[in-house]
Ligand binder design. Structure first.
Ligand code: AKB
Length: 319
């Protein structure tokens, strides 16, 4: 393997995106150059990382120490509270979703690190915008704690870039679907839970109603997009808030119909909870033409390919 000059820190490395991104970054840059970190105890079953720092990312001094000790150049700052959980812990969500980002931007401003990736979300859009094919530049009007924190984060990214040239890049992820690590606390997470229940029990009760469409993305495509964005030449990056990513758009009913093709006896019923209101305030589909134009965003998985891959892998994983 070629030696890498990049030294990478990943926060939230044991989370849904972090687990898979850490392993891909190790494949690309080598285990010597990747430091995983998280609040939880090290879990060797989910990540291959040689270096793991158990740290609270809101502990500014500790984070700075880790950056210095490992001579980190690039940070993938993924630690975040998702939409459902953020509604229940509003002040903590603000603290976790915004303050560490500013801390990393400060370190980049001082020249301690060169590049930052930070995930935003379709939650930034909110009420009053068209539901379909939402463009990159629209009025953002989030009504959730999570959406407010992501919008603030986007503006901080843009501010640090414009004022200090900090190279911070971001994607507005739609719902992410993966069989490797369960999601936790999100509104789009019905689309992960449904697969576990379909394989284990043959039925699922959805907390999102039958005909609510949301944008979704298979994790493999999400990881590829993240790496493409981070590898793109700096001059190609025209969006310094966060790039729209549309993926695919489907409802719980569409997904259930697709699962039935693989598991014919599968049944679904609907008991919407507080997350329905969150979903109702989000777009149904997104226009991601700017990301396609700027850094070549593309996707491999549509609904049928994703459904088959999820079920095949979960059948093996869950025995
Ligand atoms: C959530 O549902 O909270 C997340 C998101 C769309 O950002 N998956």
């Amino acid at each position: 393997m070629e030696s890498s000059t990049e030294k990478i820190l990943i926060t939230g490395a044991l989370g849904q995106i972090g687990t898979e991104l850490t392993n891909r970054l190790i494949e690309i840059h080598g285990e010597e150059n990747v430091v995983a970190s998280g609040l939880d105890r090290w879990d060797s079953t989910t990540t291959n990382a040689k270096y793991y720092e158990r740290m609270d990312v809101t502990n500014t001094q500790l984070v700075r120490q880790v950056i210095q000790d490992y001579h980190i150049t690039t940070v993938y700052h993924l630690a975040s509270l998702l939409s459902g959980t953020s509604e229940k812990q509003a002040l903590f969500a603000w603290k976790l979703n915004v303050e560490p980002l500013i801390n990393f931007c400060e370190m980049a401003k001082e020249g301690l690190i060169n590049k930052i990736f930070w995930p935003s979300s379709i939650a930034v859009f909110g009420k009053g915008i068209p539901k379909e094919n939402v463009a990159q530049e629209v009025v953002l009007n989030p009504s959730t704690v999570y959406g407010i924190s992501k919008l603030a984060g986007e503006k901080w990214c843009e501010y640090y870039f414009e004022k200090y040239g900090v190279d911070v890049r971001s994607i507005r992820y739609p719902g992410l679907i993966s069989w490797k690590t369960p999601a936790g606390g999100g509104t789009t997470d019905y689309a992960v839970e449904i697969f576990y229940d379909a394989v284990e029990k043959g039925s699922y009760t959805s907390f999102i109603s039958e005909n609510t469409a949301m944008p979704m993305l298979y994790m493999e495509d999400a990881i590829n997009a993240t790496l493409q964005l981070m590898e793109a030449p700096k001059e190609n990056i025209t969006i310094r808030t966060s790039y729209n990513l549309g993926g695919m758009s489907f409802t719980p009913a569409d997904l259930a119909a697709e699962i039935k093709k693989e598991i014919p006896g599968f049944t679904i019923d609907y008991k919407p909870d507080f997350r329905q209101a969150i979903a109702d305030s989000w777009p149904a589909s997104i226009d991601d033409s700017v990301a396609k134009q700027d850094w070549g965003l593309n996707y491999e998985f549509g609904l049928p390919e994703m459904t088959k891959d999820m079920i095949d892998n979960l059948k093996i994983k869950l025995g």
